[in-house]
Design a protein around this ligand. Structure first.
Ligand SMILES: Nc1ncnc2c1ncn2[C@@H]1O[C@H](COP(=O)(O)OP(=O)(O)O)[C@@H](O)[C@H]1O
Ligand SMILES: [Mg+2]
Length: 247
């Protein structure tokens, strides 16, 4: 699957002060590949995602998107953020804009689309994620699951090359988790390149091509889900899985 790399990290190191949060990270994600990242809290999963979107800078190493180094600033950086859609645990929608405006805004500002074209596309995407009837409401009027699906639609509206999900269901009530995972499963099925940080092991088993297990800023295992869950090699992974599968 890694014959056609879309995202590549080579020897990436990142420090917060003395804390070495990303240690010699090497990771290649092929076009159309779905990589689930798991690991204990504080292991660097969010920092890894944020580095790929250049929400965090790294001290050394190379990060390539589609063969190109990440741009450092200006319009190119805004385009990168559009090319790599990111969905966070907190939905991060603009509270004072309607759902439709939330999804259309970036299309107009970054992609330079006409408002009518953007709105048409937005309605299409809202329909795809199952919230077409919420278009004229404000985020606070929606459930968490609906808001998260709007956040996904907003990222997709930019026609990203890849999508990063950082614990997209962790803030949701249990009954809303599946409606979000279902949208993600559908995206994966359509061939979207995805990096997904999640504790949803069912999703990892069914949708991931590879599971990357991180601990203390390192990638400890990087294997197909069947192998990883069936036969974790490292003590860290065994320990982590025994805790997460028990609770
Ligand atoms: N902005 C920051 N400043 C200082 N330390 C940070 C910052 N962000 C994260 N960290 C630290 O970096 C480590 C990795 O954090 P993070 O990437 O959020 O881990 P994870 O997402 O796996 O829980 C943690 O020890 C965390 O406390
Ligand atoms: Mg995190």
């Amino acid at each position: 699957m890694t014959v056609d790399p879309l995202i590549e990290l080579r020897d990436v190191n990142k420090y917060f002060g003395d804390l070495h949060v990303l240690q010699d990270i090497g990771l290649t994600v092929g076009r159309g590949e779905v990589v689930v990242v798991i690991g204990p809290s504080g292991s660097g999963k969010s920092t890894l995602c944020r580095a790929i979107n250049r929400l965090e800078t790294v001290q050394s190493g190379t990060i390539l998107l589609d063969g190109q180094p990440l741009p450092h600033e200006g319009k190119a950086l805004a385009r990168l953020r559009a090319d790599v859609g990111m969905v966070f645990q907190s939905f991060n929608l603009f509270a004072h804009k309607t759902v439709l405006q939330n999804v259309s805004l970036g299309q107009v500002k970054v992609r330079g689309r006409k408002k009518e074209d953007a709105d048409r596309r937005s309605r299409d995407l809202l329909d795809r994620v199952g919230v077409a009837d919420q278009a004229d409401k404000y985020p606070a009027q929606l459930s968490g699951g609906q808001q998260q699906r709007v956040a996904i639609a907003r990222a997709l509206a930019m026609e990203p090359k890849a999508m990063l999900f950082d614990e997209p269901t962790s803030a949701l009530d249990p009954e809303m988790i599946n409606e979000v995972l279902e949208v993600m499963r559908q995206l994966a099925g359509e061939g979207m390149t995805m990096i997904v940080v999640t504790h949803e092991m069912g999703f990892a088993r069914s949708a991931a091509h590879r599971v990357v297990f991180m601990a203390d800023g390192r990638i400890v295992e990087d294997r197909p889900p069947g192998e990883f869950f069936g036969d974790p090699r490292s003590d860290r992974a065994k320990d982590f899985l025994s805790k997460i599968l028990k609770h």
